[in-house]
Design a protein around this ligand. Structure first.
Ligand code: 0WD
Length: 256
């Protein structure tokens, strides 16, 4: 039985209806899960609540959580522990880099830009895992979102690619730390999807066109397709899988 009924999952990083996190939320909801949404600041509270409340059935819960702030992360998970007790998993769908550093040569990245991208896009997974795992008293799953630019050079992805490499390695080390608690940690490497964050990456349209021309499936992937893989990774269907990166990218990563 691979239903998620009776289970609770935290979804971090819904900005709007195009967000990959929203695709994941819908897949988990359709499988019967109860959802907890976190948003970066009050600016996102209403849009996130409106989306979450549009899901029929179980009521969702909402918490503010800026992942650059350790105290905010501690407070969020303390509140979640108090309000719901046990959680069964978490989807981390958060990244940020200065827009002007997602263009041109990687080398032009500043020290501050490098730190910021790594802080929000890579360290945040570890910071969140540290506070979330004690709530996974029945075991659980953690999923993060990565991109091919962390494995290979993708023009203009620059410091975000370097941060994704750090995220991928963090995911593996966390998988090793948390396996003994029955918690699995995996990543989904998504193909390009038009979202607010994607708009910040120079030449995004060219990247999409290349997918249509050269990826084995000759089409881009959708938020729903990423969502269904997250469902697989957060359910018992994947109970033997941890420390893994699954590419949901129409197969583009295998093409030389
Ligand atoms: O093509 C794409 N869209 C791909 C995205 C391909 C492969 C991977 N990804 C990754 C992204 O790098 C990111 O890790 O998927 C994840 C989700 O990104 P998304 O769905 O493309 O983007 P978006 O809808 O913009 O959500 C990212 C959210 C932020 O939205 P804003 O508009 O504020 O940038 O990350 C959140 C925020 O909701 N976020 C934060 N959350 C908490 N604390 C913070 C923060 N400090 N900063 C950003």
């Amino acid at each position: 039985n691979f239903s998620l009924e009776g289970r609770t999952y935290v979804v971090m990083g819904v900005a709007n209806k195009r967000s990959i996190a929203w695709g994941i939320a819908r897949s988990l909801h359709d499988a019967g899960a109860r959802l907890i949404f976190t948003y970066a600041n009050e600016r996102f509270e209403k849009p996130v609540r409106d989306l979450g409340d549009s899901l029929e059935g179980q009521e969702s819960l909402y918490y503010e959580c800026d992942v650059t702030d350790d105290e905010a992360i501690k407070k969020t998970f303390a509140e979640i522990k108090n309000d719901v007790g046990t959680i069964h998993g978490l989807a981390h769908c958060i990244a940020f880099a200065n827009r002007d550093e997602l263009n041109g040569e990687y080398m032009n990245v500043t020290r501050d830009g490098f730190k910021l991208a790594h802080d929000i896009s890579a360290y945040s997974l570890t910071a969140v895992a540290k506070e979330a795992y004690p709530l996974m008293t029945e075991g659980g799953g953690i999923v993060t979102l990565t991109y091919l630019g962390g494995e290979k050079v993708v023009n203009n992805y620059n410091v975000m690619g370097v941060a994704k490499a750090s995220l991928d390695a963090s995911m593996r080390y966390l998988a090793n730390d948390l396996g003994k608690h029955g918690i699995r940690v995996n990543a989904i490497s998504a193909g390009p999807i038009r979202t607010v964050s994607a708009k910040g990456v120079g030449s995004f349209n060219t990247i999409l066109k290349e997918i249509e021309e050269r990826a084995p499936l000759r089409r881009p992937v959708s938020q729903e397709e990423v969502g269904d893989t997250a469902y697989y990774l957060l359910s018992d269907l994947s109970r033997g899988v941890t420390g893994e990166i699954i590419h949901v990218d129409s197969g583009f990563n295998i093409i030389g």
